[in-house]
Design a protein around this ligand. Structure first.
Ligand code: IMP
Ligand code: MG
Length: 182
């Protein structure tokens, strides 16, 4: 980036420390892709469902590391608004249009905090008859009650509010290529 480019990218706002660098994220996404490719190696109908908006960058990088035929769909859920604390009220704004019936479904999430989002969404997806339903989250805060545990976790996250690589605060900072604390 150009000198001063990062300051420009942040729109003059200040962030805390960088928690996971571009290189750390890239290496871990590659590992996750390899593990997922191995786990689903006999599967030819994998459906990867990204939870928008937070997972959009992670999902885009992850699917390019999965060496299997797959389809991609999205789900839009919202719980935080402009707050940094989960409201506990998860609204589903868009349901995947794809049929989940008889398919191996892998839900891709940016970060699990209280686990409320997944707790609300997974039963609704399960009811649509997938042969398997698993979760891959890039980050996990390991907060008590954050059940059920996702099958794949990129990194254990500190209990701080994180932004970048898809994660936002009031829609800011999603485009940063690394993950930082606010
Ligand atoms: P949960 O329902 O409490 O597990 O929260 C999950 C959702 O809240 C994630 O999909 C994120 O969109 C958002 N979230 C939780 N923690 C953070 C954070 O540290 N930064 C940005 N978004 C977060
Ligand atoms: Mg969010």
């Amino acid at each position: 980036m150009e000198p001063g480019g990062e300051e420009k990218q942040l729109g003059g706002r200040k962030l805390g420390r960088v928690v996971f660098t571009v290189e750390q994220v890239r290496a871990r996404v590659r590992e996750l892709g390899a593990e997922i490719s191995d786990a689903y190696r006999t599967e030819d109908r994998l459906l990867v469902v990204g939870l928008l908006k937070g997972s959009f960058i992670f999902l885009a990088d992850l699917v390019r590391e999965i060496a299997l035929p797959l389809h991609v769909d999205f789900l839009v859920a919202a719980s935080y608004g402009a707050s940094t604390v989960s409201s506990g009220d998860v609204r589903l704004l868009y349901d995947p249009a794809s049929s989940l019936e008889g398919r191996a479904v892998l839900v891709v999430e940016d970060i699990v905090d209280s686990g409320t989002t997944l707790k609300r969404l997974l039963p609704r997806l399960q009811a649509r008859g997938p042969t398997s339903l698993e979760v891959c989250t890039l980050l996990h805060k390991r907060v008590d009650g954050g059940e059920p545990a996702p099958r794949w976790v990129g990194f254990d996250a500190p209990n701080e509010f994180l932004v970048g690589y898809g994660l936002d605060h009031a829609e800011d900072f999603r485009h940063l290529p690394y993950i930082a604390s606010l």
